[in-house]
Design a binder for this molecule. Structure first.
Ligand SMILES: N[C@@H](CCC[C@H](N)C(=O)O)C(=O)O
Length: 270
């Protein structure tokens, strides 16, 4: 198989982009191929793959021209990726496929609005919901975690130090009755006023260096603990850099760096 590909990241949450403007590639993107592509030893290496496809090619009647078809490193689908969509937006801008500085992109979680803010890209993530508390465990410790949905499911646990979560090489334990479809788990440490640090174990990808929907979930849980009602911006430090999340009563806006670092054509022989 021959592909055009690009590689990009947002705070080191990294992705392979596969342009498939007219939607001919879909049948080839089986989970085993995606997992091989994302493998850091036998593939290009990434936390996820994004197929860049026109909404019309999918038969979607959308105000957006482009659809982000997102897959995790194990080949599973997710509804939304906050860093991925910002990298996807950078790709569209660099390739002249959209006119900036503001434009929509469609996702499995619906339409998202992107904007260029200086060197960074922001995404209006839209509505979120919070739910129940349940327990998560890692490195021999157990914490209460708040259920937050930012397009995909999250469990947010406040810890003394992000280091307390241990190596995160294994899946932290979580409540399968609360999260029957799996969950992204954030370990969040308070650093100061409107400032937290976060590590994340992502559903379908393991520990990653950042997670945009996770940063929003962490900021939502922190705003809730702070009793914040007005729009409040939180700084979220992740191992791969820094994200900013504005929490409003009905929605969040995520902002941070998003870059394309390589691209070319490949003949896949894996
Ligand atoms: N890294 C992403 C989230 C990707 C999807 C997630 N692993 C899931 O399965 O829901 C982000 O930046 O939001």
């Amino acid at each position: 198989m021959e592909f055009t590909w690009f590689k990009g990241h947002g705070t080191e949450n990294d992705f392979v982009l596969l342009p498939d403007h007219d939607g001919t590639l879909h049948g080839d993107l089986d989970p085993a191929f995606v997992a091989a592509l994302c493998d850091r030893r036998r593939g290009i290496g990434a936390d996820g793959v994004m197929r860049v496809v026109r909404c019309t090619a999918l038969g979607h009647n959308s105000p957006a021209e482009w659809f982000m078809d997102y897959r995790n490193a194990d080949g599973s689908l997710s509804q939304m990726c906050g860093n991925g969509i910002r990298v996807f937006a950078r790709h569209l801008l660099e390739q002249g496929l959209v006119e900036g500085p503001e434009f929509p992109i469609d996702t499995r979680d619906g339409l998202k609005f992107l904007s260029v803010v200086g060197d960074e890209i922001a995404v209006d993530m839209g509505a979120f919901t919070t739910g129940t508390h349940s327990k998560v465990s890692a490195a021999g410790q157990t914490w209460e975690a708040l259920e937050v949905h930012t397009g995909n499911p999250h469990a947010v646990a406040f810890v003394d130090r992000v280091h307390d979560a241990g190596t995160l090489l294994e899946q932290p334990a979580f409540s399968e009755s609360v999260y029957p479809e799996g969950v992204n788990i954030e370990f969040v440490e308070r650093r100061g006023t409107h400032h937290v640090a976060m590590r994340v174990h992502e559903r379908g990808s393991g520990e990653t260096r950042s997670c945009g929907t996770g940063a929003c979930a962490a900021a939502i849980a922190t705003a809730r603990a702070d009793g914040a009602h007005d729009p409040t911006e939180y700084r979220v430090d992740v191992p791969g850099g820094t994200l900013h999340v504005t929490v409003e009563p009905e929605r969040t806006v995520l902002r941070g760096p998003a870059v394309i670092v390589a691209g070319g054509t490949m003949e896949w022989r894996g």
